[in-house]
Design a protein. Structure first.
Length: 389
C-alpha cells in the first residue's frame, strides 16, 4: 500500500498574501484603525459580499465573535442560552463569558441537534447557538421555525462550516448572526481570527463598538451610521480587534474558497463511499437540503465494545493514522462531561453514546484521490485487524 499522506500539515499561504504582508510590514501599519482602507475593512466588505449578508465584523477569534453576538443581543445576566451538547468547549465558554448560562441540548448519532430535546428546552431559553460541528448542519428549517415562533434569536456557530449551504443559502446567514473562525484548522487560515456577519444594523453597531472601535473609530466602518449615535459611550470596550496582518493573510484565500469547498466535498465523499461497505462503520449522510464543505470525515463504529473501539484507534495509530474518537480520548474539549467549569452539567445520554463511537479523521482538501484511498484503506485495515483479534 502507498504511504499515508500527511494529514496535519497546513497549506502554504498564497504568494499574494506574502507580498501584501511584506508591503504592510514596510509601512508598519498594523492597527486596523490607523487607516480608512485597512485590509481588515476590505476583508469585512469582501466576506459580507461573498456570503450575501449586509454587515461583517472581523475580530480576534470565532469565540470573540460568539461572545460579542451574545453581548449585542443585550441578554440579561443569567439568561439561558441553548447550545448543542456536541460542540467545542469555546461555545459554553463564550456563554459564561457573556454572564449567561449554557443549557445543553442532545445531539443524535448524525452529530446534529436532536429536535425533540431542542423543542423541549426552548421555552426556558432566551437565545440559541447552533454549532454546525465539523460542518454537519442541523435542520435549520425546523430550528428557525421553532425559534421564530418563540421569538428567540439564533446565532450560528459556523466556525467550521464555511462554504456549506442549506437549500442554497450560505450557512451563517440563516440565523440572526453567523460566526466563523480563521484558526489554522478551518477553511481559511490566519493562525487566529474570526468574523461575524448579520443583516441587523443595531447588532453590528454594538458589536463594532464593543470589539474596540473606541471614540469615533466606528466611522471607519462602511455601515449605516445612524445606529451608532444611540450606543456611543454606552458600551464597554472589550478590544477583540483583528490585526491587519491576519486580514492580509485571509483575503487572497477567499478566492481559493470555491475550489477548496469542491475538493473537500470530493475527498470526503470518496472516502465515505470506500467505507460504506464495512459492516462496522456507518457514515451519516448529508441532510437533503445540505451541501457540505468538509475538511475531515466523521463516522460511527457499530456493534463494538469500548475495548474494541480503543483497540481500533491504537491499531490505526500503529499504521500511522490519527483517529480521534471524541468521547474516548482523554480531556477532549468536545466531550461535554469534561466541561467542569459549568455550574450544572446534567448527563446527555444520547450525545454521550454518540461521542463514544464517533470517529474523526482529518481529510485536507489538498489530498489527491489516491491519497484518500490510502486513508480509507488504512481505516479498513485497522478495523479488520481489531475485529479479527
Ligand atoms: C474552531 C471552532 C470554534 C472556535 O473558534 P476560535 O476561532 O478558535 O475561537 C468554535 N466552534 C466550533 C464549532 C469550532 O470548530
Amino acid at each position: 500500500m502507498q504511504k499515508l499522506p500527511n494529514l496535519t500539515a497546513a497549506e502554504a499561504i498564497p504568494d499574494a498574501a506574502m507580498a501584501e504582508v511584506e508591503r504592510i510590514l514596510q509601512t508598519g501599519d498594523l492597527f486596523r484603525y490607523s487607516s480608512d482602507q485597512s485590509p481588515v475593512t476590505l476583508l469585512e466588505a469582501e466576506f459580507a459580499q461573498a456570503l450575501g449578508s449586509k454587515f461583517a465584523l472581523a475580530v480576534s477569534s470565532c469565540s470573540a465573535a460568539l461572545f460579542l453576538s451574545l453581548k449585542a443581543l443585550q441578554l440579561p445576566r443569567d439568561a439561558k442560552v441553548l447550545i448543542p451538547a456536541f460542540t467545542f468547549a469555546a461555545v459554553p465558554s463564550a456563554v459564561i463569558h457573556a454572564d449567561c448560562i449554557p443549557i445543553l441540548c442532545e445531539c443524535g448519532s448524525d452529530y446534529r441537534i436532536d429536535l425533540a430535546d431542542f423543542e423541549k428546552k426552548i421555552p426556558e431559553c432566551s437565545a440559541v447557538i447552533i454549532s454546525h460541528m465539523r460542518g454537519h448542519t442541523s435542520n435549520m428549517d425546523a430550528i428557525m421555525e421553532l425559534c421564530d415562533n418563540a421569538g428567540i434569536p439564533v446565532i450560528e456557530d459556523a466556525a467550521h462550516s464555511l462554504g456549506t449551504t442549506w437549500t442554497g443559502r450560505n450557512i451563517g446567514t440563516i440565523g440572526k448572526i453567523g460566526c466563523f473562525s480563521f484558526q489554522s484548522y478551518k477553511l481559511l487560515n490566519a493562525g487566529e481570527g474570526g468574523i461575524m456577519i448579520t443583516d441587523d444594523e443595531d447588532l453590528i453597531a454594538q458589536a463594532i463598538i464593543m470589539s474596540g472601535a473606541y471614540e469615533h473609530n466606528w466611522q471607519k466602518h462602511p455601515v449605516l451610521h445612524s445606529a451608532f449615535a444611540k450606543w456611543q459611550n454606552q458600551l464597554p470596550l472589550y478590544n477583540l480587534r483583528l490585526n491587519t496582518l491576519s486580514a492580509a493573510l485571509i483575503r487572497p484565500q477567499l478566492d481559493a474558497m470555491p475550489d477548496r469547498v469542491k475538493l473537500g466535498r470530493r475527498n470526503h465523499d470518496h472516502v465515505a463511499a470506500h467505507l460504506a461497505n464495512c459492516a462496522w462503520i456507518a457514515v451519516p449522510s448529508a441532510l437533503q437540503p445540505e451541501k457540505r464543505a468538509p475538511d475531515s470525515i466523521q463516522f460511527n463504529l457499530l456493534n463494538m465494545t469500548d475495548a474494541q473501539v480503543d483497540g481500533f484507534v491504537e491499531q490505526a495509530a500503529t499504521l500511522g493514522l490519527k483517529v480521534q474518537v471524541f468521547g474516548r480520548s482523554t480531556d477532549n474539549a468536545r466531550a461535554f462531561w469534561n466541561w467542569n467549569f459549568l455550574r450544572s452539567n446534567p448527563d446527555q445520554p444520547k450525545t454521550r453514546a454518540m461521542l463514544n463511537r464517533a470517529c474523526d479523521v482529518r481529510l485536507p482538501t489538498r489530498l489527491s484521490l489516491d491519497e484518500c484511498d490510502v486513508v480509507a484503506e488504512t481505516i479498513l485495515d485497522a478495523i479488520d485487524t481489531t475485529m479479527k483479534a
